[in-house]
Design a protein around this ligand. Structure first.
Ligand code: FAD
Length: 671
């Protein structure tokens, strides 16, 4: 059995990372040339890791299932990336970013990892600016910042609503330089289908060439998984359609513990679902909550009239509106963290105050901001006694400058002009804080097998703060893994090339081929999506924004039943030796059907409410926090790390007790 040792270095939190780096073993430049590293995934985490490892001199083999690293899901990130630069002079510091992240994660993350994240956050911005990433700048040319939920400072760097895309282009250029030098061998359109262990160490992977169907063996001295999150277990989510858990799940089945699978982020500002035939949900960036005010009607009669389409929101006077986040959380208002904002929206909609036909939407209104900016602009431009129309025109121009592409996206999807009518939003699955368990070195419980970016569990605890995922992915890839992996590889300088012509590779390749053969030959009648949608419905209804013992228990058996039926009834058309999207999906959904069960088991085990995990049994019953989520530090102050034992239901729970030496554990209040 693997030992759960977080390997956090000794010493004061501020010195841990520096002292640790001073002492770890290094691989000299000449020896790096003899060492191969596999990086699965070339989003922001994998792309930055691959580029940096190659720059250091290692031979990197990088894999993605898209036709180019540029198309990784990271490209979708809109709002920004955090860093404790304190450019605004508003009191930010490494400690404050560390504190906000631990508190935002509801005290369920490892202090030492989070402090390191805050410490390297500033370097990420410098690195990306040097690459030419066009971050937004203020009038004077300095980098601009905005604010995201759960914090009281402005530390979010952004490139309009396309931050992920611009950062990814930066990482991609860095990778391309190494591809041109021959230091990165890039395998586009290759899907990793399993990991190969030799003498207990990760030494390679089996992939399928998604164009030809060919099954291939690849070896290395270490394997890094950077395959993103598993939000698509819900079928509908804001994740890219292809995002999946296969790489992470396959290594879990080979010995890597899976941590906190039930920690999922449901993002409050998404375009509401429109019907049963939808395959994707769209995020409206959290940055919009800097200027948008969230409300529903104060009176149930007004809500009903709006739901029936007999009244427009613009016709409802100020006194008849309930700006419920400002009312409930005066200190943070519309910028409370995502879990708090999502639950508050659900609470209002469940009580009947929703504002669309299904009753599952709230308004995000920019009228106040348009007026405020319009008046400011009128002053700046010396327009005395500006008319109301002029103020609106000037104000809308500012909003367009800040969020133009998001407003355009909304209008294209909903066919309503959000400058004139408030947007409608509703929570949707967005991000997974849970993932593969890693120690301080970002190594999993399998030696030589690392996991970075959204695919691992580290840093965000039970709830991720906005703009912190990009920060973590790039911290892992540019600044953490390149150091820690050297410590492990220093033992491998005499190993020589790893052969793929071995019994271990034979065996794993055989199982991969058998599964593909099964899918191609099964005489089922139902599509892969049929099962994925059913799984997603169980997950959303019973393992979604609010969870309880009864429904979680039901979910576990329902997911098992769907899985059993999947293996009997799934139909995969086409051929294995060609591009076959249904075959790709079949493998991924098979893994989601196992992960979903473990997810529900984990949610059932954790009978406390923390961050994105809300147990209806664990709520504050009185006092100022009445009705808010209730954490239970006495019984649940641990990371759940699950060990696979043949089926999800046989999984064994290991606990990493969390220690809080630098932050006092408190009730998380945003009031
Ligand atoms: C709509 C949206 C907006 C967001 N906005 C922000 C934001 O403003 N700020 C922020 O901080 N975060 C944001 N996030 C979260 C953030 O974008 C992600 O957490 C982050 O980009 C994940 O990066 P990653 O490198 O870990 O994974 P990904 O970008 O998902 O990359 C995964 C990579 O793994 C590859 N891969 C996966 N499986 C396999 C396999 N089996 N074989 C081979 N390759 C494989 C893929 O091809 C891809 O290259 C947003 C998320 C969404 C959904």
């Amino acid at each position: 059995m693997a030992i759960l040792d977080s390997k956090v270095p000794e010493g004061p939190i501020k010195d841990k990372w520096t002292t640790y780096k001073d002492k770890i073993d290094l691989v000299n430049p000449a020896n790096k040339r003899n060492i191969d590293i596999i990086v699965v995934g070339t989003g922001l985490a994998g792309g930055s890791a691959a580029a940096t490892l190659a720059e250091l001199g290692y031979n990197v083999k990088a894999y993605c299932y898209q036709d180019s690293p540029r198309r990784a899901h990271s490209i979708a990130a809109q709002g920004g990336i955090n860093a404790a630069k304190n450019y605004q002079g508003d009191g930010d510091s490494n400690y404050r970013l560390f504190y906000d992240t631990v508190k935002g994660g509801d005290y369920r993350s490892r202090e030492a990892n989070v402090y390191r994240l805050a410490e390297v956050s500033g370097n990420i911005i410098d690195q990306c600016v040097a690459q030419g990433v066009p971050f937004a700048r203020e009038y004077g040319g300095l980098l601009d910042n905005r604010s995201f939920g759960g914090v009281l400072v402005s530390r979010t760097f952004y490139a309009k609503g396309q931050t992920g895309q611009q950062l990814l282009l930066g990482a991609y250029s860095a990778m391309n330089r190494q591809i041109a030098r021959g230091k990165i061998e890039m395998f586009n359109r290759h899907e990793m289908l399993d990991v190969v262990k030799v003498n207990g160490k990760a030494r390679g992977i089996i992939t399928r060439n998604l164009i030809t169907g060919e099954i291939e063996r690849h070896s290395a001295h270490a394997v890094v998984i950077a395959s993103g999150g598993y939000g698509n277990v819900y079928f509908l989510s804001t994740n890219a359609m292809g995002s999946n858990a296969t790489a992470a799940w396959k290594i879990h089945k080979k010995g890597a513990y899976f941590a906190n699978p039930c920690y999922t982020q449901i993002h409050p500002t998404c375009i509401p679902r429109s019907g049963d035939y939808q395959s994707k949900l769209t995020l409206m960036s959290e940055s919009l909550r800097n200027d948008g005010r969230i409300w529903v009607p104060k009176n149930i009669e007004d809500a009903k009239t709006i739901q029936q389409g007999n009244m427009k929101p613009t016709e409802l006077s100020e006194e008849r509106r309930d700006y419920y986040l400002e009312r409930r959380y005066p200190a943070f208002g519309n910028l409370v963290p995502r879990d708090v904002a999502s639950r508050a929206a659900k609470e209002r909609c469940d009580a009947g105050y929703g504002v669309n036909a299904t009753g599952e939407a709230v308004y995000l209104d920019f009228t106040s901001a348009i007026n405020r900016y319009g008046k400011e602009q009128a002053k700046i431009h010396g327009i005395a006694n500006a008319s109301e129309e002029k103020i609106i025109e000037l104000g809308e121009a500012v909003i367009e400058e800040k969020y133009g592409n998001l407003f355009q996206m909304y209008e294209k999807i909903i066919d309503e002009n959000p400058y004139k009518t408030p947007m409608m939003i509703y929570p949707a699955t967005h991000y997974t804080m849970g993932g593969v368990w890693v120690d301080y070195n970002l190594m999993t419980t399998v030696p030589g097998l690392y996991c970075i970016g959204e695919a691992n569990f580290s840093d965000h605890g039970a709830n991720r703060l906005g703009a912190s995922a990009l920060m973590q992915g790039l911290a892992d890839g540019y600044f953490v893994l390149p150091y820690t992996i050297g410590d492990y590889l220093s033992d491998d300088i005499r190993t020589g090339a790893i052969s793929t012509d071995t019994a271990e590779f034979d065996e794993v390749e055989k199982t991969v081929k058998e599964r593909i053969d099964f899918f191609m030959n099964n005489e089922g009648t139902k599509s892969v999506d049929h099962f994925h949608k059913r799984l997603g419905k169980v997950m959303w209804d019973k393992v979604g924004m609010a969870r309880n013992e009864k429904e979680l228990t039901e979910a576990i058996s329902e997911i098992k039943a769907i899985r059993d039926e999947f293996w009997k009834e799934v139909k995969v058309p086409g051929d294995a030796n060609e591009m076959n999207l249904e075959l790709e999906k079949a493998g991924r959904v098979a893994d989601f059907l196992e992960l979903g069960e473990l997810f529900a088991m984990d949610a059932l085990d954790r009978n406390e409410s923390c961050g994105g995990h809300f147990r209806e049994e664990s709520v504050e019953l009185d006092g100022e926090q009445k009705g808010e989520a209730k954490r239970d530090d006495v019984n649940y102050k641990y990371v759940s790390a699950w060990e696979y034992k043949g089926t999800p239901s046989d999984s064994v729970l290991h606990k990493e007790e969390l220690e809080f030496k630098d932050i006092e554990l408190k009730q998380r209040s945003y009031k």
